[in-house]
Design a protein around this ligand. Sequence first.
Ligand code: HDE
Length: 700
Amino acid sequence: MASPADRKQAQREAFRADDPAAGPLTTDQGVAVDHTDDSLAAGERGPTLMEDFHFREKLTRFDHERIPERVVHARGAGAYGYFEPYESCAEFTRAAFLQDPSVRTPVFVRFSTVQGPKGSADTVRDVRGFATKFYTSEGNYDLVGNNFPVFFIQDGIKFPDFVHAVKPEPHNDIPTGASAHDTLWDFVSLQPETLHAIMWLMSDRAIPRSYRMMQGFGVHTFRFVNAEGRGTFVKFHWKPRLGVHSLVWDEAQECQGRDPDFNRRDLWDAIEAGEYPEWELGVQLVPEEDEFAFDFDLLDPTKIIPEEQVPVRPIGRMVLDRNPENFFAETEQVAFHTANVVPGIDFTNDPLLQARNFSYLDTQLIRLGGPNFSQLPVNRPVAPVRNNQRDGYHQSAIHSGTNYFPNSLGGGCPAHAGAGAGAYTHYAERVDGHKIRRRSPSFQDHYSQPAMFWNSMADWEKQHIVEAFRFELGKVGAMTVRARTVEHLARVDGELAAQVARGVGVPPPAGAETPGKQVSPALSLESLRGDGSIRTRQIAVLVTDGVDAEQITSVRERLAAEGAIVEALAPADGTITGSDGETYAVDRALPTVASVLYDAVLLPGGPVGTPPTAADPDAVRFVRDAFRHGKPVGALGSGVGVLSALEPEGLHLSTEFQRVVTDQGVVTDTSPGPASAEFLDAFVAAIAAHRHWGRPPVRR
Ligand code: HDE
């Protein structure tokens, strides 16, 4: 009998296709096929015959291989894993999967970008989806979140407008995987409720280093309901164990070409290597009686509850430990739905959430071709399913017996769940109102929280936000749209607006009233560095013949012991000969990779006085890019000489020799021989910091 944690995996086994090696090739009807390379034809050079049923079946099946991609979040990557609570949450919710720390609930998570099609690049500036399906003992619960805690609009009726505006423009289908175009910014400039999410979009949160290193948020205020029927408002947060880390924009753009699969490859490789990504689930809890205790509306999805006001309480952890076996069957066919809830979790009247509760089921019906998509292996609950729903496209079960309720002929089955049998009961919220089409006045403040976000940023984060606005608006053709957007920014922060205005050629807006100076330090990436480890960081060591072998070995051993992944990059694949005359394997040829695919670079020394990589333009470019993107750079022995290439970039090398010098994440030691413990400690600390922002900003 499978343990509860394996119940989903055990269920999947039953759906595994027969091993094709176990018998001959057949048609879909099971008829053996002796030849699949030539069509049946009337003579060697004659026309293909209609009666070639194998040919027609093979081509037809191929022609029908595609299903429509998701209208948003088309590109994604997924993985299986488990969730376990730290302690019982019974005080707030009766949800069975949040009661017992010894019970692991299987999960499937799909991460995604939003704007681009299925084949677009990973490292675009965009929101990332973070959707989790919990296969609980009480049925499936889907927490369909994003890596931003706020959304662009307040009411779901505007979703088609927003998505039309951000998607490629209708006449030429441009741009792919990008928001820097007229229609999005036209919409933004006319719809200031977008501003808070737009601030996040212009920040480094929109270019995560890894899916494993980003937060997730449920966005809406949901409701926990306990066994007594008492409700508590709840906001969900996923916090990554490895900390939150981002790319820089210049790097993200180059990465789109160097490795369009950068984020999905990273997730896949980490899981294959046993480096299972992990998040802590946290909740912000607000008692029902405090519904109106905030200066914003809890039902407004463009607002956060600052963590300083209501702390995030950790309630459990999620680990992803298994890659899917078939992308289409699992990651593509997984169907999330915000209305997939279990007893103890309920909705609020957030008008965005209400709309989602309609849209997700509707979208699966068209995308997956009918109502039976919950029978697909990835969507199938591990809880038993019994009802009178029948037939429809792709029904794969053979039901017997009665199909209506009430019945006596079927023994009255399936019967209603009796009291105490764990049935879902909706929270008995009192609702009373006139039918109106009007936004609540409590939803009208569109500037205070964008200002709080801006005020909470470190200087380098502000700098990146300004550059992002300049990039995006700089690609907008309509100057009126640029100017109108900047006018809104002036109501967020005067300095922000002035700096953006200068970059995009519109008049600096006259002083506008800005909201106070509220700050939430938890919003800055500075406060989200994680556990300080360097696990799974990718470190490039640039090597060539004559390289100081002792140095490489000492660095490799230490970094590997810390859980980092070290790769030796040489001008060509194969092996190199070290200074000790031994041969060493090369992991990759430099021309096939680039600095943007690594987190840090190390330059070991070579024969005395000959910087081994100095002559190789690929190596020089590699180090220069790493430096410009704020990455840690280590250099040992004569390898330090290569760093002179960075002087035009603003690096001023210390003239002190024979000792370890650390400056802005550049760690050098000109001593020959193996790397000293002091050097290694400093290099590891520089890698743990991820990026070093005191360096001159990236200029093309
Ligand atoms: Fe979605 N969204 N959304 N969304 N969304 C979809 O469902 C929709 C919203 C999110 O990996 C679609 O299966 C409406 C907020 C994720 O499969 C669709 C509204 C948040 C995913 C849909 C929103 C999200 C989707 C497209 C406004 C964060 C990918 C295909 C009322 C809290 C799930 C599909 C996956 C996908 C509709 C707003 C997150 C069309 C109408 C807010 C992570 O149903």
